[in-house]
Ligand binder design. Structure first.
Ligand SMILES: [Zn+2]
Length: 325
């Protein structure tokens, strides 16, 4: 009986959260980058993508909408850093939302922005607002799309953060974005013990040492674009061994990308190749299960299964066999 009550409460909380946020881009919002993707370059070094990118059809000036009723916390006026011009709101559920790469802010902030820019010039300016000074209604424009900061083309970068801004959450857990019809899953390659292979379901690959060190280059593909995965679960002979979950990332792990991605990974604005590291290397809160230390002596032939999910919570299964050399 108790178990059902807890389940009910969990579902209720999830429904309330999900209903709280709307997409910051009106219409059918197309996700062009997912939460937790590898980012290889830029001012702040290799890092995780801490939000999602929504298409504005490569246009600047598209209204970017408050994802829920909320109070203005801060604006960042900034042409050079990765986020460019930023708005941060705080909502009644305690979460904050962040909107980046804006070309312009909401007209109702014009007089404040004009006065701080005339006082401090064009360098980076962060304006923190007193509690409950400026309110935005859900769906009201907080600014307009652009490509300030490190944005190859105009789009909306959108984040959901904890109240103290120590954790970023996958916005796709709060807003259900429509899945394009042509979306698919693709395994580009596998690496097993530093050897690179094409993936064929059921194929037998070789490994050495105590356990196979597997890395997988896999993505969700949509039209000409690719986006990252949300979860990867590795099974040896049907036993869950390793579980990477990119649902939330603490900001103090912003640069801890080598815990989850191998250094073959590339993200340079033109191509995206993310190699998920399916074995422990360095500490991270993104790995929810790690049984490598408890494996003991593995048999010489192992059925490997990798269950992946995308931002639409669709699951895909990768299956092959490894044999010890
Ligand atoms: Zn982004």
């Amino acid at each position: 009986m108790k178990k059902y009550l807890i389940l009910f409460l969990v579902l209720t909380v999830m429904v309330v959260y999900a209903a709280d946020f709307v997409s910051p881009v009106a219409g059918v919002a197309l996700v062009t980058s997912s939460f937790g993707e590898f980012r290889g370059s830029g001012n702040r070094g290799p890092h995780f993508h801490m939000g999602i990118d929504l298409s504005t059809n490569m246009r600047s000036g598209v209204p970017i909408l408050a994802a829920a009723d909320g109070w203005l916390v801060r604006i960042e006026i900034d042409d050079d850093d990765i986020y460019g011009n930023v708005v941060v709101l705080e909502h009644e559920n305690g979460l904050r939302t962040l909107y980046a790469h804006l070309s312009k802010f909401s007209p109702k902030l014009d007089s404040i922005i004009n006065s701080v820019v005339s006082e401090f010039g064009k360098k980076r300016i962060v304006v923190n607002f007193p509690t409950k000074a400026f309110f935005f209604n859900s769906g009201e424009p907080i600014g307009y799309s652009g490509q300030t900061g490190e944005a190859a083309q105009p789009h909306c970068h959108f984040e959901i953060r904890s109240a103290d801004e120590s954790i970023c959450y996958d916005p796709a857990s709060f807003i259900s974005f429509s899945k394009p019809k042509d979306a698919a899953f693709s395994v580009k390659s596998l690496v097993i013990d530093s050897e690179r292979y094409t993936y064929t379901e059921g194929r037998v690959y070789q490994f050495k040492d105590a356990f196979p060190k597997i890395a997988m280059n896999a993505v969700a593909t949509l039209n000409k674009n690719v986006i990252g995965l949300k979860t990867l679960k590795l099974y040896f002979n049907e036993i869950l061994v390793y579980d990477i979950n990119l649902g939330e990332i603490p900001l103090d792990e912003f640069n801890n990308v080598w815990s989850v991605y191998t250094n073959d990974s590339v993200s340079d604005g033109y191509s995206y190749n993310a190699w998920y590291k399916l074995y422990p290397d360095r500490g991270t809160s993104l790995v929810k299960t790690n049984k490598f230390a408890e494996l003991g002596k593995l048999p010489s032939r192992i059925n490997v299964k990798i269950v992946c999910s995308d931002i639409w919570n669709e699951e895909y299964v990768v299956k092959f066999v490894v044999e010890r050399r």
